[in-house]
Ligand binder design. Structure first.
Ligand code: BGP
Length: 477
């Protein structure tokens, strides 16, 4: 019988430095933007308010990312647990501020580099392939406050130096890389993604698109350096993909859906994978009054150094409605839209849609014909351990099972899928809430929203289930 998943399929899990490491001021690390973003249910609203300016005020706010789950000190134990689950790969990110504390130094911080050497070596010792995101929502705070974030072209050089440092240091032992996490997410959270600040009026479309342009150039430079360092390296883009549906068959809604998919799902990947601005870009810029500063050489770099694969996160779909005033809005769904009556939602309103993942895989492969890598997917939920620390997270197993089944269908459709790294394979600080109670892990971490608790790790029911999935290469889900 034909196997559902190819031999060598990269089963694993994903985290990001700012959400797991903690140790935010240790061993020479500088402050990153997320170190100055308070935790709490209103986190994304707070960072979008005109008052927000990255002032670190520990008397007034809590900053759960400062402690994270102490992965900085406990990575060996955590990676051993990943190995026990059978992980073939582990996606994590490098904190830019451990390497260049303010982003502008000419010499890297050796203690930071030494740390990631140890993390990488721990993975390799367990037969786990490291998959590294170079930048995941945590640019140096200094680059945001003093340079205005990615809208400033000077960031290209600072990022290039950072990328060159980590690629040349680790590129002989790490084959899989990604440049910017969810680069397109700036459409919804530009502060987290691009370090733009409201106070400087930088949330306008002009700033976002200019920031993206600068990031595209920077990403191309990283691809160039990666390939020059080691021809074996595969380096991808990473986009936040939400399959879009029209609310109904009204052509107006269909057209809106097409436009939304272009503007959100495809704009960045079209440039990073396709090597040029797509045909619809001019109209998109004009409609928002954007005039890009494109310097000589930029478009050549973008053309010459396209990514090797498409990494993407997939959590939900989004339903587009322009014509039905009575449609219920999908409040809480990260990307908004109309409530889809055919879908259930997580406790945070994220609409659960495994069929949408199969559609996403087909749309992306059809468009780019490059290997795809699902580098984030999962269910954020409140877990309640019993007195023996048993967590029966069948809801999470169901979510993952359905999405893995959709992946198998997409592979059958002909899609080239490299791997799957569910998000937050170990509980971590949530990006949108800055809290612990929204958990994704297969491993429970005993910490509350204030990061108090033992920090002990406990295997959830999903841990044992995923172990079996990997052991059978996805046959037994
Ligand atoms: C993605 C981010 C991650 C992560 C995840 C879950 O957008 O790349 O950093 O946190 O979403 O989001 P949340 O933690 O808000 O549930």
């Amino acid at each position: 019988m034909k196997e559902k998943f190819p031999q060598g399929f990269m089963w694993g899990g994903a985290t990001a430095a700012n959400q797991v490491e903690g140790a935010y001021d240790q061993d020479g690390k500088g402050l990153s933007i997320v170190d100055a973003i308070p935790g709490g249910k209103d986190r994304l609203r707070i960072v979008s308010s005109p008052e927000f300016d990255f002032t670190l005020d520990t008397a007034k706010h809590t900053y759960p990312n400062h402690k994270g789950i102490d992965h900085y000190h406990r990575f060996e134990e955590d990676i051993a647990l990943f190995a026990e689950m059978g992980f073939k790969c582990y996606r994590f990110s490098i904190a830019w501020t451990r390497i260049y504390p303010n982003g502008i130094e000419q010499q890297p911080n050796e203690a930071g580099l030494a740390h990631y050497d140890k993390v990488i070596d721990a993975c390799i010792a367990h037969g786990i392939e490291p998959v590294i995101t170079i930048s995941h929502y945590e640019m140096p705070l200094h680059l945001a406050t003093e340079f205005g974030g990615w809208k400033n072209r000077e960031l290209i050089g600072h990022f290039e130096r950072f990328a060159r440092t980590v690629l040349t240091r680790f590129g002989h032992k790490v084959k899989y890389w990604m440049t910017f996490n969810e680069i397109n997410s700036a459409a919804h959270f530009p502060i987290m993604s691009q370090g733009l600040t409201v106070k400087t009026g930088a949330l306008e479309a002009q700033a976002k698109f200019q920031a993206w342009h600068n990031q595209f150039v920077a990403s191309s430079l990283a691809v160039k350096i990666a390939h020059e360092t080691n021809a074996q390296i595969q380096i991808g883009c990473m986009i936040l993909f939400a399959t879009n549906y029209a609310y109904d068959c009204n052509p107006v809604n269909q057209l809106e859906t097409l436009k939304e998919s272009q503007a959100f799902n495809f704009y960045c990947a079209d440039v990073q994978a396709g090597g040029k601005y797509p045909y619809y870009a001019k109209r998109l810029w004009a409609s928002q009054g954007v005039a890009l500063d494109i310097q000589p050489g930029d478009l050549e770099l973008i053309k010459q150094h396209t990514v090797d694969y498409i990494g993407f996160s997939y959590y939900m779909s989004s339903t587009i409605n322009k014509t039905n005033p009575d449609a219920v809005s999908a409040q809480g769904n990260l990307l908004g839209g109309a409530r889809n009556p055919f879908l259930e939602a997580s406790d945070w309103g994220w609409e659960i849609d495994p069929v949408g993942l199969r559609i996403a895989l087909n749309q992306l492969y059809d468009r780019y014909e490059k290997p795809l890598f699902i580098v984030e997917n999962g269910l954020g939920a409140v877990d309640k351990p019993d007195e023996n620390h048993v967590i029966a997270d069948d809801y999470r197993i169901n979510y993952l099972r359905q999405h893995i089944a959709a992946m198998a269908e997409a592979i059958e459709d002909g899609v080239d899928l490299m791997g799957y790294t569910p998000w937050g394979c170990i509980d971590l600080v949530s990006m949108s809430t800055g809290e612990m109670s929204k958990r994704y892990g297969l491993i429970y971490v005993d910490l509350d929203d204030k990061i108090s608790g033992t920090g002990n790790r406990y295997k959830k029911k999903s841990f044992h289930w995923y172990q079996k999935v990997i052991a059978t290469n996805g046959e037994d889900i």
